[in-house]
Design a protein. Sequence first.
Lengths: 279, 159
Amino acid sequence: MIPFDFEYYRPESVTEAVKTYEILATQDKKVLFYSGGTEFITFSRLNQLDAEAIIDLKGIPDCHQLELQGEHLVIGAAVSLNKITESQLFPLLGQTVRKVADHTSRNKITIGGNILSRFIYREGVLPLLLTEAKVKLAGSSGERVVPLKVVFDKQMNISPEQFLIHIQVPKAFLNLPFVSIKKTRMSKVGYPIVSIAALVKDKKIRAALSGVCEYPFRSPDIEAALNDTSLSKEEKIDKALGQLPEAIIDDLQASRDYREFLLKNTLLETIEALEATQT
Amino acid sequence: MITNGTGKTVVRLHVNGEASDVMICSADTLLQTLREQLGLTGAKRACENGDCGACTVLINGEPMHSCLCLTIETINQPITTIESLRDSAIQQKFIEKWAIQCGFCTPGFILNCQALLNKHPDADDETIEEWLQSNLCRCTGYQEIKEAVKSLLPKGSAS
């Protein structure tokens, strides 16, 4: 049971959503945008999140697009994770989000909600970080398309009055050789101890990780190590481990040493699997 | 635009093929409304966190955790609860295969299995396993549940 009440708005266009926010903001109300809503409900129930009004983006057709448009695949913020997997339009993203939560939850969890999540994992962003994706944002100052890497640094950095309309992924990245591996503590459903999405572009490995540090990331230094042809596989991995952006997480899910052990194995699996696609 | 302020309001839901008026707040979950307003207690309250699947219902034919849906989100969408699957083939197979122990998780499992059969009438083992991971059975009767699903597939589908 959610212990507080709030106003609910389900606009039918981007313009209506922006205007609704502006009106509520003039009333000094705490407003949240949401698309799936699973996190809002679970955190609210625990009194870890509150709002006086929510704006549900599921009524906006632009947020439900999932189609090829020109040179891009367009994925609306309100598209469910299962729809992305079932579409098979971007297999790396489909396989990566297929490992988030459980099948029934993935009917409700959306790609927008996943990459804007309060949880540290945000695995849906991993393939997007590898692909020079762009995001279309809306807010009081209008709509704008920006490279994902401009607004995603550890997390999505957008202002409260902005929301994600859709993601654009260049077609050239959709069907490259890829690997998606997630390792959990015990069962198939669970938070990652290590999660990796990787692909080969122009004979170079690109890799993004979640579960290892306090945020998902893609590191040029790690990729340089993995692509250093003068090194053996084991040397590449040792060098890559020295390039992590911060200390490995040490928590109840897994100790730092165990995470490092799994990360080494996962990187080895990744290199070998991607090498196999190049022969 | 669908809007709702704070406080109680009457909305119309479409549950099991019937239109029903209910009085809700924006914060009410579908699970609360089904159980407390409509008396449809087949959807079970357990984790209320989307982890156990005991509250599963079908919305637009897709399995959903009703504890993770606001009632107001489901306006104009067909909702199916376990009460509408009385004497269905999947219910009968659960009985025949002894896919029930304490029974608490059974409604959620049956609805999920029904949606699986509707969407993937030729489901393979991997698909069945992926879908059934959404529901927990603490009596651990998973094998019998899988057998109940498989017995409704055309021969040779699951391997």
